[in-house]
Design a protein. Sequence first.
Length: 256
Amino acid sequence: MYRGRFAPSPTGPLHFGSLVAAVASYIDAKAKGGEWLVRMEDLDTPRVQLGAVDSILSDLEYFRFEWDGPVVYQSTRIDAYREALEQLRGKNLLYPCGCSRKDSDAIYPGTCANGLPPGRAARSWRIRVNRELAESTGDFVLLRADGIFAYQLAVVVDDEAQGITDIVRGEDLLDSTPRQMYLQQMLEYAAPRYRHIPVVLGPDGRKLSKQNGAAPLNRNLAVPLLLDALRFLGHQPPAQASIDELWHWAIYDNNR
């Protein structure tokens, strides 16, 4: 069975870019008779905002998203991430790293791959990668210096645990996909199918995001926002319709 998911980070309320991503994954799942799950990626606790989880779930309900099963919270799954890390350590794929973020370029040069340089203490743990990833990203962090498991590891472990078969998300995560596929291979997990959609840009040309001050979803404009999201994704929905009618059109009528 097709099983998709929407996995927001509760670092603030949903915005139009979030809505587009949710709509894309939801339609893809429901139009194919599949399940759609919601997961809260609340692992980066210093960035989690009080009340953001309730706000996100409330907005999803208001826009008539219907998810299957209970919401999963990454903050409750630390033991699963630790177990996966130990599995990789047992395969001699990990090494301690003493570098900070500013010590490395976009592609990690492998400074600590053969041992910590003199005078440096371990800050994080990295995974050794294959040749292709070495040229594009380098060895990447799985356990951060602050003791928080990295996004790349957590999302792979969660997708496997939830039986996710299909992932529809923004193309801003395109460079994460090869890293996640590599982790799936090393952990002997099944590989989901990935699809990436265009990213919504703000007036300044930057990705619409919470960090860039994106406005929260306005429920008073729910129908126009859903219309705009569908149009952004290349659909031509009926202009005069309720939220429920738009969903029916997008899932059923538009896919006949």
